[in-house]
Design a protein around this ligand. Structure first.
Ligand code: TRP
Ligand code: SF4
Length: 405
């Protein structure tokens, strides 16, 4: 059953504040965010509570990293005029939703999330047998559901978390979406659409419920999206009614899979802090130069006049990101005939990376010189996020029997 709210084009994503961003983040994540902010309402946040799940023993870096993270986003081109930027811990409603969702989340669902065991095995030096770590994906679900996000841009490793979020939303709606007078309210809402639309809706309802026609469901969604004279609550009710369930309070999000970041690191593996093969967005030009000059190359090219094979060289992978066809052609030609040296070949990359980082670093400096301005952006973002989160929590409390009226 597809219970995602297709009209919901809100995008939400978060990053943990665990250090300065590097080119892997830029090519793999941030360019995508920057693209998305043109077409969607975007919420991007610093997942500082998530950082604490693994870094609870040395929290000192979290506050500074949070500001640095936002500065790096802004420097890379995330636009605070079109996106809402905020910090998770400043919207405490996330914790309330996490607690309430915890009531309905079977332990097995969390124990089965692949990252739970994987990370425990990987981070052997830390004790991750905590409630916080087990609850990591549930907290992420709360982050997503509290904004009723339709799309969650994430990498491959996070897809299971979005999948869990969908299951939790489904369970929540199943348990609490059925108001005592659901049927009556749904019928009343149908009438409010007017005679003609009510008839169309009822026909589609029949086609879907009796014949299972998936197409009728899709047309029904579109019909509801187009209604101007019924409330959002009624629309959600009628979606649920059409599907044969209750009202959808928490819509199911979709993962927006970021195509696997092809950004190679300095050693040819994926660029990642844990491989120690990164170039930071704030890397000074002389350090960029040094790092690239000392990159390993095709091991067969021991001497300058030994021919090489770009396919066996990590520098080549960077040419695939940065160089024009023309330069690439010259490199293949030059490498395989030993007519260019590796330093010459690397110089193209050095120039391209420094050029790419120049405007980013310029903007980062401007923001670092105006920390009050950055704080303003964050404060405004937190306020805007809280407004949305508060509204959702009101509905959730009501659905779960926590309001007196
Ligand atoms: N777990 C994500 C990561 O490690 C960060 C994150 C936390 C997140 N909450 C989220 C991402 C909500 C998307 C949506 O990258
Ligand atoms: Fe690698 Fe370039 Fe040297 Fe060839 S010339 S081995 S592609 S660095």
């Amino acid at each position: 059953m597809n219970t995602s709210v297709s009209q919901n084009s809100r995008v939400l994503s978060g990053m943990r504040p665990t250090g300065l961003l590097h080119l892997g983040h830029y090519h793999g994540v941030l360019k995508n965010w920057i693209e998305l902010q043109h077409s969607y309402e975007c919420f991007f946040f610093v997942a500082d509570w998530h950082a604490l799940t693994t870094h609870y023993e040395n929290p000192a870096i979290i506050a500074q990293s949070s500001i640095d993270l936002v500065i790096d986003w802004l420097a890379a081109g995330v636009n605070p005029g079109s996106s809402t930027l905020f910090i998770q811990s400043r919207v405490p409603e996330h914790a309330e939703l996490y607690t309430l969702l915890g009531m309905i989340t079977p332990l097995g669902w969390l124990e089965r999330v692949p990252s739970y065991k994987d990370q425990q095995d990987k981070l052997k030096d830390r004790d991750l047998s905590t409630i916080g770590f087990l609850g990591y994906p549930l907290l992420q679900s709360a982050d997503i559901l509290i904004y009723k996000a339709g799309h969650v841009p994430v990498g491959e490793d996070q897809v299971a978390h979005v999948e869990l979020t969908r299951e939790i939303a489904r369970r929540f709606n199943h348990l609490y979406g059925k108001e005592p007078d659901f049927e009556e309210k749904a019928r009343a809402a149908i009438r409010k659409m007017g005679k003609k639309n009510a008839k169309i809706y009822n026909d589609l309802l029949k086609r879907y419920q009796e014949q299972g026609e998936a197409e009728a469901l899709e047309i029904g969604y579109a019909l509801l999206d187009a209604q101007q004279n019924i409330s959002l609550g009624d629309k959600e009710r009628l979606r649920g009614y059409l599907e044969g369930g209750g009202r959808i309070i928490l819509p199911e999000p979709q993962a927006l899979l970021t195509r696997a970041s092809k950004m190679p690191g300095l050693d040819g593996q994926k660029m990642s802090k844990s491989y120690n093969n990164t170039i930071a967005l704030r890397e000074p030009p002389d350090s960029v130069e040094k790092k690239i000059r000392t990159m390993p190359t095709d091991p067969a090219r021991v001497r300058r006049n030994d021919p090489g094979d770009p396919q066996k060289c990590p520098v080549w992978q960077l040419h695939e990101v940065y160089s024009s066809d023309d330069i690439r052609q010259q490199v293949i030609e030059g490498c395989t005939t030993a007519s260019i040296g590796c330093l010459e070949c690397k110089q193209y990359i050095i120039d391209a990376v420094i050029e790419e980082l120049k405007p980013i670093q310029q903007r980062a400096r401007e923001y670092m010189d105006d920390l009050a301005g950055v704080e303003n952006i964050i404060n405004e973002g937190c306020e805007a996020a809280r407004d949305v989160a508060r509204d959702t929590m009101e509905e959730v409390r009501k659905a779960m029997g926590l309001t007196l009226r």
